[in-house]
Design a protein around this ligand. Structure first.
Ligand code: IPM
Ligand code: MN
Length: 353
């Protein structure tokens, strides 16, 4: 298969983990006979510094021309600490989501047996937790009408029927391919937008008789995720709730540095780690490249290249078992490996496999 990949390393630890993601992708493509080419493009603070725009036209064009985008992370403290900054790196991320029509953000929450002791929750609660949060990504308060003056401000949580239908369709189909259990998360006891979500979900559910669909208020879902994470198989929710719940989900398994994500929709899909740009670690060769590397696995799986994805997952598990780990997950007394060394170990494993 020919694969044209737009690589957006971004800011902070982004370029370091991006390098390892690309190295692993190249190794897998060589092994399986795929022809991969890369186009690099700027985004985030790096793009603001270079051209004054966090998602420049050139980057947009490169994304549109690619089969997939391998994204790393954006964000820089020099913007966080300046409330007067007119442009912010995060706007690049939102522009990318909107312009590529990436309405479905898929964030898996998986446990790794060897890291379960790192979870802030009791091991017996977490062991075996395995669910997917599907977050609507281009609507709701993030993009609704906004107003702000010194006395009043508001954001509008607007959703239209087609926006709700298309994300629910993705969710029902995911549930169908998994354990056939979908939880629609909303705040229908208070919000009109949520009531429309719930109405439409109830209209659609009979088309998926094999899927058991339940409805849960977001506050309750936040609690249930901690009390009984194994309850969930697929959950679907609006943009803002999904932002909050996926951070919660990512720490359940004690391994934020290991969780990848995919964003799909109208144009080129984007694959990225769920963690941020961790500016304090920039250039120190300590960031965990596994979330980025697992994003490459999701990329292959998106194109139905299952063996390629499985090969990456196997290599990642082998590296963990061999204690080839970055400092934050290393076992006591174990040698410390850097970003590069972990990436290289996985590349070597794939070449030898
Ligand atoms: C995320 C992030 C972004 C979001 C920020 C950086 C704009 O928190 O991808 O979850 O809120 O969507
Ligand atoms: Mn977030």
């Amino acid at each position: 298969m020919d694969l044209k990949i737009a690589v957006l390393p971004g800011d902070g630890i982004g370029p370091e983990i991006s390098e390892q993601g690309v190295a692993v992708m190249t190794a897998v493509c060589e092994k399986f006979g795929h022809n991969v080419t890369y186009e690099y493009a700027l985004c985030g603070a790096a793009a603001i510094d270079a051209v004054g725009d966090p998602f420049p036209e050139d980057t947009y064009q490169k994304c549109m021309a690619a089969d997939a985008v391998l994204f790393s992370s954006v964000g820089d403290p020099k913007f966080d600490n300046d409330p007067t900054a007119k442009v912010r790196p995060e706007q690049g991320l939102l522009a990318m989501r909107k312009k590529l029509g990436l309405f479905a953000n898929i964030r898996p929450v998986e446990t790794f047996e060897c890291l379960i002791h790192q979870s802030p929750l009791k091991e017996e609660l977490v062991r075996g937790a395995d669910f997917i949060c599907i977050r609507e990504l281009t609507g709701g308060m993030y993009f609704g009408e906004k107003y702000q003056d010194d006395e009043k401000a508001y954001d509008t949580n607007a959703y239209t029927r087609p926006e709700i239908e298309r994300i629910l369709k993705v969710a029902f189909e995911y549930a169908r391919r998994r354990r056939k259990h979908l939880t629609v998360v909303d705040k229908a006891n208070v919000l009109a937008s949520s009531r429309l979500w719930r109405q439409i979900a109830k209209e659609m559910a009979p088309q998926y008789p094999d899927v058991e669909t339940d409805y849960m208020f977001v506050d309750n879902a936040a609690m249930r995720m901690i009390q009984d994470p194994r309850f969930f198989d697929v959950m679907v929710t609006e943009n803002t709730f999904g932002d909050i719940l996926t951070d919660e989900g990512s720490c359940i398994t004690g391994s934020m540095g290991l969780l990848p994500s995919a964003s799909t929709g109208e144009h080129t899909p984007v694959f990225e780690p769920i963690h941020g740009s961790w500016p304090q670690a920039k250039g120190l060769n300590i960031a965990n490249p596994l979330a980025q590397i697992l994003s490459v696995a999701m990329l292959f799986e998106y194109f139905d290249l299952k063996e390629e994805g499985a090969m990456i997952r196997k290599a990642v598990n082998a590296s963990l078992d061999a204690h080839v780990r970055t400092p934050e997950i290393q076992v006591e007394g174990g040698a410390k490996y850097g970003t590069k060394e972990v990436g290289q170990w996985i590349v070597d494993y794939i070449k030898k496999a």
